[in-house]
Design a protein around this ligand. Structure first.
Ligand SMILES: *Cc1c(COP(=O)(O)O)cnc(C)c1O
Length: 386
């Protein structure tokens, strides 16, 4: 007799009917602006490799040399025997880069967010999150078993009202740059509210590092704030850093506590040491090659000017994330397929990644794009959306 548990086809069919079915395209070769995808050559406008470091020769060479020295596997968790001097050096450099006492590496950003939130608050506490926070922050809040509240996106009055309702220990959590909209959290306001209410504040700056701030230190640097204002700062290494992994930076005590209590830190294998060595090189490039940031921002300006000339609906973003609001999922999918036909790859972002009725094309720009490629995308958008 067949076991109904394994009858997944109904669910899959339903996703297809709702235009919510997701599928992967196979990329040949390294991340780059020009990619070979499913046998077609395309210009890539959907990567988070904002500075073009994912395949930078210096980063690749550091990875190869470190693999000769450290091998591939790290052998165990950081607390057993997997914490090498490469990891340790990278942590020290990330602490200095972010102007904090210490930094702690995690294997992925998703795991960092689960681990940090659930280590810091529990059943009797509260967590307040922006509605548009990244899924990993929302999941971290749910996993913590604290009372979970979401406030309206970017609405500090709504946050303030909810803070007044929280009696217990409270953690405020927000993206620094919102990953599907590209706008910034009002960090000075969040920092003030957290101080006033004696709440904790955690910022996930996955999309700000490398892109914002004079030295690329992200949204905190952009607003001229410090560890005092944003005591818990998280960043990922798989976006502008061009490698893989994540970190949390803050006070010595915060990091010590996470080492003791963050389960996604304690119970997982350390990232390969060679990856840490490669990231040390990408961190140096991210800080010193400010031309990458400058070029990225001139491309962003160019794109926004061209898109608004065409009457496309942009969002309130001056970061590398430049979504074009479409509305329904089917139209967003149709436009992205038509663009792919013309050799431009950008993703249609649909619910549940974004709220219902706000499907969009998520254009991301990189320092490796050329102005001509941005102009060509604008031309194609004009034709496809006319
Ligand atoms: C990508 C992302 C993450 C997850 O990081 P990974 O290292 O890819 O797991 C977390 N938060 C935000 C805001 C992100 O954009």
């Amino acid at each position: 007799m067949s076991n109904g548990f394994y009858d997944f086809s109904g669910q899959l069919q339903q996703l297809k009917q709702q235009n919510l079915y997701r599928s992967r395209r196979v990329v040949e070769g390294a991340q780059a602006v020009l990619l070979q995808v499913d046998g077609r050559r395309v210009v890539n406008f959907c990567s988070n490799d904002y500075l073009g470091l994912a395949n930078h020769p210096g980063v690749v060479a550091a990875f190869q040399q470190a693999a000769d020295r450290y091998g591939v596997g790290s052998g165990s968790a950081h607390l057993i025997c997997g914490h090498s001097n490469a990891h340790h050096a990278l942590e020290e450099e990330l602490a200095e880069f972010t102007g904090r006492e210490r930094a702690l590496l995690f294997s992925t950003g998703y795991m960092a967010n689960l681990g940090v939130i659930s280590a810091l608050i529990g059943r009797r506490d509260s967590v307040l999150e922006d509605r548009l926070n990244h899924a990993s922050l929302l999941d971290g809040g749910l996993l913590s078993r604290a009372q979970f509240k979401r406030y309206r996106h970017g609405d500090s009055l709504d946050l303030q009202a909810r803070l007044a309702e929280c009696s217990a220990k409270t953690l405020i959590v927000s993206d620094g740059v919102f990953s599907m909209d590209g706008d910034l959290a009002d960090l000075p306001r969040l920092a003030d509210l957290a101080k006033q209410h004696q709440a904790g504040l955690m910022i996930d700056d996955a999309h700000g590092f490398g892109v914002l701030g004079k030295s690329g230190a992200g949204v905190v640097e952009h607003f001229g704030l410090s560890q005092h204002d944003v005591p818990i700062l998280m960043g990922t290494l798989g976006k502008a850093f061009g490698t893989f992994g994540a970190f949390v930076a803050g006070s010595d005590d915060l990091i010590e506590l996470l080492i003791q209590k963050a389960r996604s830190y304690v119970f997982t294998t350390a990232m390969p040491a060679a990856l840490a060595e490669a990231t040390r090189v990408s961190l140096r490039l991210l800080q010193t090659e400010s031309w990458r940031r400058d070029k990225l921002h001139s491309l962003i300006d160019r794109f926004r000017a061209g898109a608004s000339q065409q009457g496309l609906e942009l969002m309130n973003s001056f970061t590398a994330i430049q979504p074009i609001l479409i509305g329904d999922s089917q139209t967003a999918l149709a436009i992205s397929s038509a663009l792919l036909e013309q050799g431009f790859w950008l993703s249609a972002i649909r619910p549940p990644t974004v709220p219902a009725g706000t499907a969009r094309l998520r254009v991301t720009l990189s320092a490796e794009h050329e102005i001509e490629q941005v102009d060509a995308l604008l031309d194609a958008l004009g034709k496809v959306m006319a």
